[in-house]
Design a protein around this ligand. Structure first.
Ligand SMILES: NC(=O)c1ccc[n+]([C@@H]2O[C@H](COP(=O)([O-])OP(=O)(O)OC[C@H]3O[C@@H](n4cnc5c(N)ncnc54)[C@H](O)[C@@H]3O)[C@@H](O)[C@H]2O)c1
Length: 447
C-alpha cells in the first residue's frame, strides 16, 4: 500500500519475543553504593514497603496510536518484562563486605531501612574480584582473585557465572558494571579484533583492564552487558565483534545522573529557543567511595571526558557557530568526605538572548547520586533482558537515555538530548510490539 506521497507503507509486524519465564540473574561487578541501593530498593519494592520512583519500567506509561484512542498502558503491561519477584543477585567486589555491610557503609539509605532488609542483603556476599590496583589507584582490597593472569581472570569469571546460574536455577542472566571508574585508556591495537583481544588476554596486555575482562566473560557466556562507568569496557571493536558473534545486546557508558542529567534536560531547551551560551561551569563536591576514586587524576580524566562530551553533541556548534561556537565548558569534581553520597553540584550558566544581552542561571542541585542511579540499573536489567529475548544484538542505541556517553555506531554521532533519547526508547518498544511510530505530526486531527 502507498501513502499520498507515494511512499510504501509497511504494516508493522510484532517481533517474536519469548516470554520472561523463570528466574533472571543480575550479575554486578562492584557491590558499592549504586549496586546495594539498587538491590535493597528492589527488595523493598518487592516487600511493598517502598515505591520504584525514577524507573520507567515500573512507573512510566507509553502512548499508542492517535491521541483520540486514549491508549496509554504502563510500559510493563505493554512489553513482556521480567517481574521484580523473578530477580536474583550476584556480585563481585574488591572488599569482602556483603550487601548489608556495604549498604550500611555507603550510607545512602537510612540505617533503619537497611536493617529492615538485613536478612536478605546479608545473603549476598561478593565473589572475589578480578582486580589490579594499577587500574583503580585509590582502592586496596583483600577480596581479590589470587591470580593476576587476565586469561585466568576470564576463566574464573565464566566459572563464577555458570555456578551462580546453576545454584540459583536462573533461566537468563544480565550483567551491569557497577564497579569503580578505571584509569583513562584509549582504544589500541589489542582492542581492534576479537582475535587480537584474546591474544592480549593470553599475554596479559596492559591495555586490558578488569572491566573489559568482566565484559568479555559476560559476552562469551551469551549474557547482555551494560556499563555504568565511563571506562571503555565493552566499547571497543573486539568486544562488539564478540557481542555480534554471540548475538548479545550491549550498552553503555556511564549512568546519566545528577549534573549531567540536568545538562541534558536544560541544553536542549536553550537550543530549542535559539538562546546562546557563552559558558557553563560545573563543580561538584561528593564524599563517597566513587568520589575518592575520582580524586585520582587518571580516573577523573575518564569521567571528565564523559561529562564534557554532552554539550557539544546537543548544541551542534558547527551548525550554530554564533550561538555555541565559543563556549567555555568546565567540569570539576572535588572529594569532600563529610558529604558522603549526598553530592552537591553547582552550575553557573552564562547565556545570551535577543541582540546578545547576557543573562545568568545558577543551579544548586542537592542530589543523591545513587538514588538517581539505582532505577537506571533496574531498567537496564529489564530492558536488556527484553532485547535479548527479542533477538536484538550489539549496541542498543535506544538505551542511550540512561547514559552520559552513549555507545553508538561509528558512522553516527551519539544522541545526548534526553527527549530525543526518550522518543527513541519508546519508539523502539512500539516497533518491537508492532505498533505505529508516533511522529507528533497530528495533521489528521484538523482534516
Ligand atoms: N552514583 C552515581 O550516580 C553514578 C553515576 C554515574 C556513574 N557511576 C559510576 O558507577 C560506578 C559505581 O558507583 P558507586 O557510587 O557505587 O561507587 P562505589 O565506589 O561505591 O562502588 C564501586 C565498587 O566497585 C568495586 N570495584 C572496583 N573495581 C572492581 C573490580 N575490578 N571488580 C569488582 N569490584 C570492583 C569497589 O571496591 C567498590 O566497592 C562508578 O564507576 C561510578 O563512577 C555512578
Amino acid at each position: 500500500m502507498n501513502d499520498s506521497r507515494g511512499f510504501q507503507q509497511v504494516a508493522p509486524e510484532p517481533t517474536a519475543i519469548a516470554a520472561p519465564e523463570g528466574k533472571l540473574g543480575v550479575l554486578l561487578p562492584g557491590l558499592g553504593a549504586v549496586a546495594t541501593t539498587f538491590i535493597a530498593g528492589v527488595e523493598a519494592v518487592r516487600r511493598g514497603s517502598a515505591s520504584p520512583f525514577g524507573s520507567l519500567t515500573q512507573m512510566a506509561t507509553i502512548r499508542l496510536g492517535p491521541r483520540t484512542e486514549k491508549r496509554s498502558p504502563l510500559i510493563r503491561d505493554f512489553v513482556p518484562l521480567a517481574h521484580l519477584d523473578q530477580l536474583a543477585f550476584a556480585a563481585w567486589d574488591v572488599f569482602p563486605d556483603n550487601a548489608y555491610e556495604s549498604a550500611r557503609k555507603a550510607g545512602v539509605l537510612d540505617r533503619t531501612q537497611v536493617d529492615g532488609l538485613g536478612d536478605f542483603l546479608g545473603t549476598i556476599a561478593p565473589m572475589k574480584a578480578a582486580f589490579d590496583q594499577r587500574y583503580v589507584k585509590k582502592l586496596q582490597g583483600t577480596n581479590v582473585m589470587a591470580t593476576r593472569s587476565k586469561r585466568a581472570w576470564a576463566d574464573q569469571l565464566i566459572d563464577d557465572i555458570a555456578r551462580f546460574k546453576k545454584e540459583q536455577g536462573c533461566d537468563r542472566l544480565v550483567m551491569v558494571w557497577c564497579g569503580s571508574t578505571e584509569v583513562f585508556l584509549q582504544p589500541g591495537a589489542v582492542h581492534q579484533s576479537l582475535a587480537a583481544f584474546e591474544k592480549g588476554l593470553d599475554a596479559d596486555d596492559d591495555a586490558i583492564p578488569p572491566s573489559m575482562v568482566y565484559a568479555y566473560a559476560a559476552l562469551k557466556s551469551g549474557i547482555p552487558y551494560a556499563n555504568g562507568a565511563p571506562n571503555l569496557s565493552a566499547d571497543v571493536p573486539a568486544l562488539m565483534e564478540l557481542a555480534d558473534q554471540n548475538e548479545v545486546p550491549i550498552c553503555g557508558k556511564d549512568f546519566k545522573t545528577g549534573q549531567t542529567l540536568m545538562k541534558t534536560i536544560l541544553a536542549p531547551g536553550f537550543k530549542a529557543r535559539m538562546i546562546g551560551i557563552r559558558g557553563w561551569y560545573s563543580t561538584n563536591i561528593l564524599g563517597n567511595r566513587d568520589g575518592e576514586v575520582l580524586d585520582d587524576p587518571e580516573s577523573f580524566r575518564t569521567k571528565e571526558e564523559s561529562k564534557l562530551g554532552v554539550l557539544d553533541f546537543i548544541l551542534q556548534p558547527d551548525l550554530y557557530p554564533q550561538l555555541y561556537g565559543d563556549i567555555s565548558h568546565v567540569v570539576r569534581i572535588n572529594y569532600y568526605p563529610p558529604r558522603g553520597d549526598n553530592k552537591e553540584g553547582w552550575d553557573n550558566i552564562d547565556i545570551f538572548g535577543w541582540l546578545g544581552y547576557p543573562m545568568q542561571i545558577k543551579i544548586d542541585f542537592l542530589c543523591r547520586d545513587s538514588i538517581l542511579a539505582a532505577p537506571i540499573v533496574l531498567d537496564l536489567v529489564l530492558f536488556l533482558d527484553l532485547a535479548k529475548r527479542a533477538g536484538m544484538k550489539g549496541i542498543q542505541e535506544w538505551l542511550s537515555f540512561y547514559f552520559k556517553s552513549p555507545m553508538h555506531a561509528p558512522e553516527v554521532y551519539p544522541e545526548h538530548d534526553l527527549f530525543i533519547q526518550l522518543m527513541k526508547l519508546k519508539n523502539t518498544l512500539r516497533h518491537l510490539m508492532g505498533e505505529d511510530q508516533i511522529t507528533h505530526l497530528g495533521l489528521e486531527y484538523y482534516d
